[in-house]
Unconditional design. Structure first.
Length: 589
C-alpha cells in the first residue's frame, strides 16, 4: 500500500466514525421519541378519563397529573381557549392559547415534536391529541423533559469535535510530511534554475524523488522547446536585421502615437541621425533634427487620415530624398492600424543622371542637326545643277562629303561609347608592344600634324616591356589624346608624347602615357568637366575646331575599364598635359 492510500485511509476513517456517531445519535433519539410518544398517548387517555368523570376542576386534575407524570399539561377547547395549564394559576387561565403543536393537533388530531429547552440543558418532547369528552372536543398536550437526549447530543458534539481535531491534526501532519518531503527537492530546483538564470538551461537534479525527477524532466523538455523557439526567432530576427541593414533604401517606422520604433542603417545615414541618442529617453527631448521633425509631422497626418503621401526634401548635405509614407496595419489584428512606414530613397544621383541624359539627348540632337542642316542646304543648292558653275558644284559636294564624314564619325563614337561600359568581361587582354602602337598612331595622324605644321616629339622608356591590355582600346586612347592635342595646338606648335614603365605605390608596375601640348590650355572652370560627354570648353572660341566632344569621354571610359586612371593638368594659354596610368595585369594564359 503506497503512502497516498495510507494517508487517504487516515483521513477517511475519522469521517466514517463521525458519520457513524451521527447515525447512532439519530437512532437513539428516535427510540426516545417513540417511547415518549407511546407514553404520551397513554397519559392523555388517562387524563381524558379523569376529565370525563368531572369530580374535580380541570386545573386541579392537570396540576395533580403533572406532578405524577413529571410533565407539563395544557388543555384547550375547540376555540383554542385555554382551559388548564400546569404551569399557571387559576387566575391566569384566560384568553386563547396559541401554540404550533396544539394548533396542529386540533387540526389533524395528533402531533409529536422535539425541541431544545432553552431554560434547561435537555430537550422537550410534546405529545398532543384531540379528544372528545362529554363537555366537547378538547386538545390535551403533554410536554416531557428528556435530559438523556441532551446528554446524548452533547456527547455527539464532543465526539465530533474530537474527530474534527483528530482530522485537523492528521491534515497538518500530512501537510507537514509533504512539505518536508518536497521542500529539499524544491530548494534544489530553485537553486538550479537560479544558476541557469531563470531556467534558460537544462537542470540535473540529485534527488531520487520520483515526482521531482518527473518535474525536472518536464522542465527540461520545456527548456528545450523554449530554446528552440528562441533560436528560431533569433534566426528570423537576424535575417530581418541583416536585410534591413543591407538595404540601400532607407526605412523608418513610427507607431500610432507617432513614436519612432525602427530605423535602418540607410535611413540613419540619409537623415544624419544617431539611433543611440534617438532611442535614449533622457536625450530624446534634447535631440533635434529638422528633416526628421518634418517627417514625423507628415507621419502624424498619415496616422490620422490613413492615406499615403509622397514628398521630397533636401538635406543640409544637398542630398535629394524622396519619401513615401504609408499607413501600416497589423498582420494578426484584422484592420488594426499599427502606425506608419516611411520609405526613403536617395534620388540625387538619379536626378543628376536624368539631367545628364537630357543634356546628352540635347547635345546629340544638336550635333546631328548641324551637319544635317548643312547637307540639306547644299542638297537644295545641287538641285539647280545645270545653273551652277563647276567650282560651286565641287565646293558643295566637298562640304557634303565633309559633313557626312563628320556624321559618320559622331555615330561611330556614340556606338563605341555605348559598347565600352562593362565590356571587359567579354574582351581578352593580349600582349602588345606599346612603343609600336604609339609609333603607328603618330604615323596615322601625320597628315593632321603636317596641316598645322605641328612638331611631334615622342619617346619611350628603354626598359619598357611588352604589356598586357586590350590592343584596340589602348590604340584608341592614344589616338583620342593625340588628336585632341593636335586640334587645340596653335599653328606651328609642339606636342610631346611619352611612354614609361613606373612603379606604383603598391610596388607593382604600371604603364604611364603622357600627352602634352602647348596650345590654348583649359580654364580652371572647365578643368573638372573636360571628360563629360559633348562638353567643349569655351565653345565660342572653339567653333572653328571640329569635334564632337566625345573623344576624351571615350578615353576616360576605356581607361577606367582597364582599371587605370586618367588626369589632366592645364593652365590657360600654356597648354595641357594628359596622364594615363594603366596597371600591368598579366593574364593566366
Amino acid at each position: 500500500m503506497n503512502k497516498q492510500k495510507r494517508y487517504a485511509i487516515l483521513l477517511v476513517f475519522p469521517a466514517v466514525l463521525g458519520l457513524s456517531g451521527l447515525i447512532f445519535y439519530l437512532y437513539i433519539t428516535k427510540l426516545f421519541i417513540s417511547n415518549f410518544e407511546t407514553r404520551g398517548k397513554a397519559d392523555i387517555r388517562q387524563i381524558g378519563i379523569l376529565l370525563d368523570e368531572g369530580h374535580e376542576s380541570l386545573q386541579r386534575i392537570v396540576l395533580r397529573q403533572a406532578t405524577l407524570l413529571v410533565a407539563d399539561i395544557i388543555i384547550i377547547d375547540g376555540d383554542s381557549n385555554l382551559l388548564a395549564d400546569s404551569r399557571k394559576g387559576v387566575s391566569e387561565l384566560k384568553g386563547q392559547y396559541i401554540d404550533a403543536d396544539v394548533s396542529e393537533a386540533k387540526k389533524i388530531g395528533h402531533t409529536l415534536s422535539l425541541r431544545r429547552d432553552h431554560r434547561a440543558t435537555g430537550f422537550l418532547i410534546t405529545v398532543a391529541e384531540r379528544v372528545t369528552l362529554s363537555e366537547g372536543d378538547m386538545v390535551i398536550s403533554v410536554i416531557y423533559e428528556c435530559r438523556e437526549i441532551g446528554l446524548l447530543f452533547r456527547a455527539l458534539l464532543l465526539f465530533l469535535l474530537t474527530l474534527g481535531i483528530i482530522m485537523l491534526v492528521l491534515i497538518f501532519a500530512y501537510g507537514r510530511i509533504s512539505v518536508l518531503r518536497y521542500r529539499d527537492p524544491l530548494k534544489e530546483f530553485l537553486r538550479l534554475t537560479e544558476t541557469n538564470r531563470g531556467g534558460a538551461g537544462r537542470i540535473t537534479p540529485s534527488s531520487d524523488n520520483p515526482e521531482f525527477l518527473a518535474l525536472a524532466e518536464q522542465f527540461n523538455n520545456l527548456v528545450d522547446r523554449y530554446n528552440q523557439l528562441i533560436l528560431s526567432d533569433n534566426k528570423k530576427y537576424s535575417r530581418i536585421n541583416t536585410l534591413l541593414a543591407h538595404l540601400k533604401t532607407g526605412m523608418l517606422m513610427v507607431d500610432r502615437n507617432n513614436t519612432i520604433v525602427m530605423v535602418n542603417d540607410a535611413a540613419e545615414k540619409m537623415l544624419n541621425i544617431n539611433k543611440v541618442r534617438l532611442f535614449k529617453i533622457r536625450e530624446r527631448d534634447r535631440y533635434s533634427n529638422e528633416i526628421l521633425d518634418q517627417i514625423l509631422e507628415k507621419c502624424m497626418t498619415v496616422n490620422e487620415s490613413l492615406e499615403s503621401t509622397v514628398f521630397s526634401v533636401v538635406t543640409p548635405d544637398k542630398m535629394l530624398l524622396e519619401l513615401n509614407i504609408d499607413a501600416v496595419f497589423s498582420k494578426y489584428g484584422r484592420n488594426e492600424h499599427s502606425g506608419a512606414l516611411v520609405i526613403l530613397q536617395d534620388v540625387t544621383e538619379m536626378r543628376r543622371l536624368e539631367g545628364l541624359k537630357d543634356d546628352f539627348v540635347a547635345n546629340v540632337s544638336h550635333e546631328l542637326k548641324t551637319p544635317l542642316t548643312i547637307i540639306n542646304g547644299f542638297v537644295e543648292t545641287l538641285k539647280s545643277w545645270d545653273n551652277l558653275e563647276e567650282e560651286d558644284r565641287d565646293t558643295a559636294l566637298n562640304i557634303i562629303d565633309i559633313e557626312t564624314q563628320r556624321l559618320k564619325k559622331l555615330i561611330n563614337e556614340l556606338l563605341q561609347l555605348s559598347k565600352i561600359n562593362g565590356a571587359m568581361g567579354e574582351l581578352r587582354r593580349k600582349k602588345i608592344d606599346p612603343a609600336a602602337v604609339l609609333r603607328d598612331v603618330i604615323v596615322s595622324l601625320d597628315k593632321q600634324s603636317r596641316e598645322k605644321s605641328i612638331r611631334t616629339e615622342w619617346r619611350t622608356d628603354k626598359k619598357l616591356k611588352e604589356f598586357y591590355t586590350v590592343s584596340g582600346w589602348f590604340r584608341q586612347i592614344i589616338v583620342n589624346l593625340y588628336d585632341n592635342a593636335l586640334k587645340y595646338s596653335s599653328q606651328g606648335g609642339e606636342v610631346f608624347i611619352s611612354l614609361s614603365d613606373e612603379q606604383n605605390e603598391s610596388g607593382g608596375h604600371e604603364l604611364v602615357l603622357k600627352v602634352r601640348d602647348k596650345g590654348m590650355g583649359i580654364s580652371s572652370g572647365d578643368l573638372d568637366r573636360v571628360f563629360e560627354r559633348f562638353y567643349r570648353g569655351e565653345k565660342r572660341k572653339n567653333r572653328n575646331i571640329s569635334g564632337s566632344g566625345l573623344g576624351l569621354t571615350i578615353a576616360r571610359h576605356m581607361v577606367e575599364e582597364l582599371d587605370g586612371s586618367i588626369t589632366v593638368e592645364s593652365k590657360k594659354g600654356e597648354g595641357s598635359c594628359f596622364t594615363v596610368r594603366l596597371p600591368d595585369i598579366r593574364e593566366n594564359l
